[in-house]
Design a protein around this ligand. Sequence first.
Ligand SMILES: *Cc1c(COP(=O)(O)O)cnc(C)c1O
Length: 406
Amino acid sequence: MSLLDVKAIRKDFPILSRKVHGQELVYLDNAATSQTPQAVIDSIVHYYSHYNANIHRGVHSLSQEATDAYEQTRIKIQKHFNAAHAHEIILTAGTTHAINIVASGYQELLQAGDVLLVSALEHHSNIVPWQMLCEKTGAELQVIPMLQNGTLDMAAYHAMISPKVKLVFCNHVSNALGTVNPIEEIIGAAHAVGAAVLIDGAQAAPHLQANVQALGVDFYTVSAHKLCGPTGVGVLYGKQALLEQLPPYQGGGEMIATVSFEKTTYAGLPHKFEAGTPNICGGIAFGAALDYMHGIGFDQIAAYEQELLDYATQALLAIEGLKIYGTAARKTAVISFNIEGLHPYDIGSILDQMGIAVRTGHHCAQPIMDYYQIPGTVRASFSFYNTFEEVDRLVAGVKKAKSMLC
Ligand SMILES: *Cc1c(COP(=O)(O)O)cnc(C)c1O
C-alpha cells in the first residue's frame, strides 16, 4: 500500500512519459536536479504570455503584477522555512551564489588566526568559497572528519570547537551519500562559542522542511531546481542582524538607496543583496513549485521516499559484490554504490542504454571519494514521483550491467 497516489502524481510531469533509447525513462538523478510539474511550466508560460515586466520600478500595471508575484514567492519561502521576516529571504541564483554572498561578505569580518570549520561531507560549493576566503584573510579552514558509515565524527567536532572558531559550514543532507547530518547539535556547539553556522540545505529541501527559527541557524541555502522549480533561482536565508552586518556582494541597480558620484548609500534588506534585474520568472515559478509540493505534503513525501529507499537498499544489497557508501541511520533517498571490479561510469552507461538515468562520478564531493579511496560511485537518487517498479528496473539493469561487464 503506497502512501501517495504516485500514478496520478506522475501525470503532472510531462517529461516522465518520454522514452530514452526506446525505453520508458526511469529518472533517478533527482539529487542533481528534480523534474518540473506542469503547474510550474504553466506559471512560466503564463508569466511570459501575460505580465512580463521589470519589477520594483515601474508604475505601470504589468510591472506591479510582476512585482507582486515575485514578492509573493519571497513570502511563500519565508513561511515554508518559518523565517521571522520576509526580508531575511534573499533571492539568489542558487545555493552556490548564496554561499558566495556570505563568504565574500565575511572577508571584512575575519582576521588571521580565526578558524573556520567545514564538514568532510560537503559539496564543492560549500568548500571552495571558504578556501578562497581563507586565502584572502589568513583565517584557517579545518575539516570536521567523517566516519566509514558516511556520518560526521561528532566527537572530533566537539574537540575542535573553541573560541577561535568564527564560522561552521555543513550540509543538512549530503548529496553524495544521503546522510542527514545532526545540524541541531552542530549549531548548538557552534553557538556556545559564538560562532555562526551556515547550513547548505540544497539536498535537504526536497525531502524535509527545515524550520530556521527552531534550528536557530544563522544562514540556510536552497536551490529551487532541486524542489521541482526552475534552474537559476535559490535562497539565502540569513538572520537579520547578520545580514545587516555583511557588506553587499555586488554593486548595481536595485541594491542602492541613493547614488551620486560622491557617495552611494545601500538599500535595506533584502535588496542590498539583490543587485540587478533578478530571475523574475524563475522566482515566480519557484513559488508555484513550493505550492505544488505543499499540495502533496512534505510529510507524505518523506514517508514515501523512505519506503522507496528501504526497498531499493535491500534489493541492491542482494547483488553480489555491490557495496553501498553511506549507511547512516538517518538518510534521504540517495544510494551511492559500486560493484567490485567495475568502473561506475561503465555501469552508468549501460543503465542509460536501458533508459535509466543515474549519476556517476564524484558528485561534486571529491573529498568523500578520496576518503573511500574510490574514483566515484553510481548514485541513484529518488523522488516522490518514482515508483517501486522503477526500483525493480534499476536492480534488473544493474544485474544486467554486471553480467555484461564481468
Ligand atoms: C546541488 C547542491 C549544491 C549546489 O547547488 P547549485 O544549484 O548548483 O548552486 C550544493 N550543495 C548541495 C548539498 C547540493 O546538493
